[in-house]
Design a protein around this ligand. Sequence first.
Ligand code: SAH
Length: 425
Amino acid sequence: MSAPSLDFVDQDTDSPPLAKAKVVLLPRKALPFYGRHPWVLSSAVQKVESLNGKKLKEEKLDGEPVDLYNEKNKFVARGFYNSQSRIRVRLFTWSEGEALDETLFRRRIAQAILLRDQIGYEMVADREESATRLVFSEGDGISGLVVDRYGDYLVVQATSMGIAKRLEMIVGILQDLLRPKGILLRADKSMAKLEGVEFTEEHHWGELPEGQLTIKENGIAFGLDLKEGQKTGFYLDQRENRRAAAAYMKGRRVLDVFCYTGGFALAATKLGGAKEALGIDGSKKAIAQAEANAALNNLTNCKFEVADAFKTLDRLQGEGTRFDAVVLDPPKFARNRSTVNSALMAYHRVNRQAVDLLEPGGILVTNSCSGSVKREDFLLMLSGVAQKSGRDLQILEVRGAAADHPVSATCLETEYLKCVICRVL
Ligand code: SAH
């Protein structure tokens, strides 16, 4: 047999390039990307040019694959470009030969589903009643894609341009791998704005459930509305924390502040044997759902009120009402790093109010979903509350999100949820 011809060896040069352009970093900016951090901020970029070094219109590259180079013209990684976002490139591969194509997405989505199988969230007998986050953006190596499964339906959020432009392909993969009855696209409007993604209205593939859907979490039934609910419908990240908190609730009178559809209150009473629970939320729809959920589980000792949480905490304190347990699960207080200090002050204030409402020996379950507030800072805030209130706080458990929200070790920004369970003496 003759040796392969040069033509054969060189055939790769004829295949289409794997990127549309080159993004060249400023000197000394490449280190985080060798460390596989996936976000290239605009402040790290020196220039964007065509593959043969010519100038080009950056907007034309939005959502397209680009190659990241260091200032010495060496390949670093490949990702999707977006001229309209502060995150100029979201990196997907560090292998020069790997294309950002359907094969890559299919492999990563399948790998994400496999994790949920392994933790027992996905391969469940009562699939039509369970709910799981199947894909968690950077945590699953797919920056900008969130997929939640609620029974036989999927809810997809696209929070980056690269993903938004590939939705049909991604939906095709999901249909193929999971055979859902329907897939609903929900727009995260604030993210869409930051990314310049235009979703005018919500969209779906296949059929959608008629009216409400019921899922079960830790054996508790929750009704939800895929189209109208907050985020993708339910706060799946708190699944294990609701169960962990319930273990401390036996015989207690529980106040669940920022209760949404009653997740903690229902777990406290039904799983934990709490004497009674009062849930507070500012959203009328959420409280109506919480009441319906209590009825669905035949719980007559869960009450709910539409009210402003901060005012209610003040009022209860003024009235001298006391509880044996308080759960705090406020919305994000810090949107970014510049608001961390004011967020920490707000956390201090609301946690102080909660501590003041607790009987000696009471349980505080305090949460923060602000990614920019670090775990240590949150613990220091609690230390400040203990000092100022003169109460001893014993930290019993420091927890994060459920395992279907994996944290990427090279993108620690994916660690956002803190749940601290304390006893307050
Ligand atoms: N604990 C819930 C999730 C809470 S999400 C669960 O387990 O599912 C945060 C909630 O805070 C939302 O439901 C939102 O409606 C509510 N919220 C935001 N600001 C509020 C305020 N000032 N007073 C009362 N509720 C508020």
